[in-house]
Unconditional design. Structure first.
Length: 495
């Protein structure tokens, strides 16, 4: 039974609201500063808020150092046993004399350290810096201001659900299961990047908008130039958030060029491709020029690599990497895909994860990727436009995975703790976040095809509902310890 537009709209509003509430609650539950380089990201937000973007690998700013000294929790990196079984009171509750002694020690320490993330692309930090200034106008200070910046992710999560629905509806206008399934998974996606100050929460929204535009470009007989412009800008914006997203423009350009070359859409002039290329190339060209002028290379990664102590391996040594063994791939894939689903936080030096949920993430995701690849080889299984959209979705996700494989095998990581010589793999799943909408479309599509193959339509909703239940329960289970922290937002009355 097809839902009316009004019911569909209310369901979508409910999913957007659920995503917003979920992100608010968990972002508030986690104290500052987590193990996913949150100090480095906060420092950049502060610098962009003052309109002082880094021009080299710079030390931490004094304002950021003050935040670290006063509002940090030891709960991520230190076990309670090291404090005799109980963590000390937060620094902001200490008498003025004791607090001043901590400030005198901690602030110079941070000011003397270099921020290895200084060359990161600017878009998220510019947006978050502007948001921080809005908080200052509202007279927010200290931890309230920090949480204000983190709560920017509340709106991003709600918008991502809506964009996921819009993109899926554009690609599959007659499949209500896909249209609802994708935003349902996005609404409960337990990626901890949304509970932190970092750009990995903005990337999936930008590329979700790009995916929506690309679906229109691939399906419509005649598309206005405006669509090509904002789609290209969205693709560029994704790269201006994270350097690891650089494979995505190549995939997008290749798919659009293939569509035009094959003449599958009669009304598409080459002008569309030209405008699309310009919309991607102009922002990225400006960023490359800025990096080359200030950091000495196009992506501003050379100085970071040197600071971390990595060295490039000769091409001939790439192929002896353990990732090409069964042990290596079974270490790389489960770690990468599990952290894509649930994030990378640790608590008391232990990964916040469920072994059962991680196994589900690794196995189900592998099945979806392989099954979709097989289905795409069967021309009769779908319309040509939809087949091309699914191929683009698959290539978007796989291209970033492949990029992380290349990074893993091409460096000697020296004494760096992560990645390391003992664990030479990039398994930070948040680096895949940009491809969230394409991935969840593939996931729900695989469930839909399985239901159609078994001729048991109820099975689709059962499998989808079970997946949502796993995400909700596992997220509540692994994140529960953070709620008891005396350092979090819910204890702000004592801040």
């Amino acid at each position: 039974m097809k839902l009316s537009e009004q019911k569909l709209r209310w369901i979508l509003i409910g999913l957007c609201t659920s995503a917003a509430i979920r992100v608010f609650v968990f972002a508030a539950a986690f104290p500052f500063f987590n193990n996913v380089d949150e100090q480095a990201h906060v420092d950049l937000v502060v610098k962009y808020a003052h309109a002082k973007p880094p021009r080299s690998v710079e030390p931490f700013a004094s304002e950021a150092a003050l935040y670290f000294a006063v509002y940090s929790t030891p709960e991520y990196f230190v076990t309670p046993e090291q404090y005799g079984g109980q963590y000390p009171s937060p620094n902001w509750l200490l008498p003025r004399e004791q607090l001043q002694k901590i400030l005198d020690d901690e602030i110079p320490f941070w000011e003397s350290r270099l921020n290895h993330e200084s060359g990161e692309p600017p878009l998220y930090y510019a947006v978050a810096g502007g948001w921080m200034n809005v908080g200052r106008i509202l007279n927010l200070r200290g931890p309230s201001l920090l949480y204000w910046v983190r709560f920017l992710n509340v709106g991003l999560a709600a918008a991502l659900v809506w964009v996921g629905f819009a993109a899926t509806r554009s690609a599959f206008p007659n499949n209500e299961f896909l249209q609802l399934g994708v935003p349902m998974l996005l609404a409960v996606w337990p990626q901890s990047a949304f509970y932190s100050i970092q750009g990995d929460a903005l990337a999936p929204l930008c590329f979700g908008i790009a995916f929506l535009g690309l679906a229109k470009l691939l399906q419509s007989e005649r598309v206005g130039i405006a669509v090509a412009i904002w789609t290209g800008l969205a693709v560029a914006a994704t790269c201006l958030i994270k350097t690891s997203n650089l494979p995505l423009p190549l995939i997008a350009i290749a798919v659009i060029a293939l569509k035009i070359f094959l003449g599958a859409r009669k009304g598409t002039p080459a002008l569309t491709l030209g405008v699309f290329l310009l919309s991607i190339g102009l922002p990225l060209g400006i960023w490359f020029a800025w990096n080359h002028h200030n950091f000495g290379d196009l992506t501003a990664t050379k100085s970071k690599i040197e600071l971390l102590g990595w060295t490039r391996k000769p091409f001939s040594e790439w192929w002896s990497h353990p990732i090409f063994t069964l042990h290596g791939i079974t270490e790389f894939w489960p770690g990468l895909i599990a952290s894509f689903w649930r994030g990378e936080f640790v608590w008391h030096l232990q990964r916040m994860a469920s072994a059962a949920a991680d196994a589900f993430y690794a196995i189900s995701s592998a099945i979806v990727i392989l099954a979709t690849g097989v289905l795409l080889l069967r021309r009769r299984s779908m319309q040509d436009d939809q087949r091309l959209i699914l191929a683009f979705a698959l290539l978007s996700f796989v291209s970033i995975v492949a990029f992380l494989v290349v990074l893993s095998i091409s460096f000697d990581f020296g004494q760096c703790p992560y990645p390391s010589r003992e664990h030479p793999y990039f398994t930070s799943g948040r680096l895949l976040n940009a491809a969230a909408v394409p991935f969840f479309l593939l996931f729900v599509y695989a469930i839909d095809r399985f239901g159609s193959w078994t001729k048991q339509q109820w099975l689709r909703w059962t499998l989808l509902g079970a997946t949502v239940l796993v995400l909700v329960i596992s997220q509540l289970q692994v994140n529960a310890p953070a709620f008891s922290s005396r350092y979090n937002f819910f204890h702000r009355k004592s801040l």
